[in-house]
Write a protein that binds this ligand. Structure first.
Ligand SMILES: C[S@@+](CC[C@H](N)C(=O)[O-])C[C@H]1O[C@@H](n2cnc3c(N)ncnc32)[C@H](O)[C@@H]1O
Length: 421
């Protein structure tokens, strides 16, 4: 691939996703179903060749609910030391008109696996720091962000990390995925996860809508991809597509991360005092996040709630299955969250019966849609159409960084209205 300064167009795009989602994306995006040909494939990171040459700062980026991050590929660089690789990046790209530089590493495991959460790694922090200081030496003050949600201790010194590929066998899920351009085995990077950090609000979004973002994507410690993205959606502004959120020391369940990310993705803020109902609320991670926002939460679940939630003055437990609750009881709520571990159809049937009941006035639905298998992701468009038919103007799907084999469906309508049927 030639340098972008020599050739300001390119034919390669990348898509990053959760481990396991690659096959669905390949099928959806590659010929004959889609417009691309697969160029490179690693766990959680794919590149595609397009027949059309596009500008570096193209708005035509890959869109799919399972795509966590996307952009145009500029080149792949390899080396044994990070220093020369950093110099190479500056030599080729410092003159390019990017505004922010993102550094992030493709996932090393599935979210929740053995404590792994997607987001910043020590290696990404180290490389970001090296790039930042190299830029500062040349009086270049552009921002460098190492990405995503930190479950690691950022105080840990990381500058001395080597970029040698690790040769230990991975403890993570079985390695998969051939590389069309490189048949090398995937070398896992040993990343330790320590205490979650304390803040629970997003850090600065950093850049204005439409920003030009240069990306350094760590595929392997010794193999980085340089990409460019013309940021358009909220997640384009997050390195690797995972927002900068800090969490309390103790979260009751991973659902805390999921709901925090869902609201960040949607750019939605809840008013203190807002009445929220959650179906599938036990043990209470999502309720914890909602209560932390000052909302009044009703959790529906036949299972026991964590005692910190049960004893919260703003929490009510309806210890039932959702279908046992009278539809009229939902009258006072405008926000419905559902995280029940049931099939997508069961979720949609349940929520439809509630939302379409004549006394219901829901304005916001945040549904975790569990995928019985990855192939089920093909039904996402049907799910969206069905929710739209309930009168929601904006209905979107995204596999959040913290989702496992599931995705988040966000539906909004401006004014709650009485349904005609
Ligand atoms: C993934 S857990 C929910 C985690 C929870 N949202 C949290 O924040 O910790 C799924 C829950 O769905 C509940 N569930 C399954 N079917 C349900 C139904 N029909 N009505 C209510 N809860 C249900 C289960 O009892 C289980 O506690």
């Amino acid at each position: 691939m030639s340098s972008p300064t020599a050739n300001p167009t390119n034919r390669f795009l990348y898509a990053a996703c959760q481990h396991g989602a690659e096959q669905v994306l390949k099928q959806a995006l590659c010929e004959p179903a889609g417009p691309f040909r697969l160029a490179y494939s690693a766990k959680g990171f794919l590149t595609f060749k397009s027949n059309m040459s596009t500008p570096i700062w193209s708005r035509a980026l890959i869109e799919h609910p399972l795509v966590r991050s996307r952009g145009t590929v500029l080149e792949r660089i390899e080396g044994t030391e990070s220093g020369p690789m950093v110099e190479q990046i500056l030599a080729s790209y410092q003159s390019l008109d990017w505004e922010v530089l993102h550094v992030w590493q493709r996932d090393t495991a599935q979210p929740g696996w053995n404590g792994f959460e997607p987001g910043v790694s020590l290696l990404a922090l180290s490389i970001a720091e090296q790039l930042r200081s190299a830029l500062r030496k040349q009086n270049d003050g552009r921002e460098v962000h190492a990405g995503g949600l930190s479950r690691e201790n950022p105080k840990t010194p990381a500058n001395s990390l080597s970029v040698e590929p690790s040769d230990h066998a991975s403890e993570n899920e079985p390695a998969e995925e051939s590389a069309d351009e490189s048949a090398e085995e995937s070398a896992e990077i040993n990343v330790k996860h320590s205490e979650p950090l304390k803040r629970s609000e997003p850090m600065s979004e950093g850049v204005a809508p439409g920003a030009k973002i240069l990306e350094v994507i760590i595929d392997e410690p010794n193999r980085w991809w340089i990409a460019a993205k013309y940021a358009q959606k909220s997640y384009d502004f997050w390195p690797g597509g995972v927002p900068d959120l800090f969490f309390p020391d103790e979260v009751i369940s991973r659902a805390y991360y999921k709901i925090a990310e869902a609201f960040s993705w949607g750019g939605i803020q809840l008013r203190p005092g807002e009445k929220v109902v959650e179906i599938g609320a036990s043990p209470g991670g999502a309720c914890q996040w909602l209560l932390d926002r000052g909302t009044k939460v009703t959790g529906i679940d036949p299972a026991e709630m964590d005692e910190r939630i049960v004893n919260h003055p703003n929490f009510t437990h309806w210890r039932n299955r959702s279908r046992e609750v009278k539809r009229r009881a939902f009258q006072g709520f405008r926000v419905l969250v559902c995280d029940a571990n049931v099939t997508p159809n069961y979720t949609l049937d349940t929520v439809e019966a509630i939302v379409m009941y004549p006394t219901s006035r829901f304005r916001l639905l945040v549904l975790t849609m569990k995928l019985p298998d990855w192939e089920h992701a093909q039904k996402i468009p049907e799910h969206l159409e069905r929710v739209k038919s309930w009168g929601f103007e904006s209905v979107e799907a995204r596999q959040l960084g913290h989702n496992r084999r599931e995705y988040c469906l966000l539906a909004r309508r401006r004014v709650s209205q009485r349904h005609s049927s």
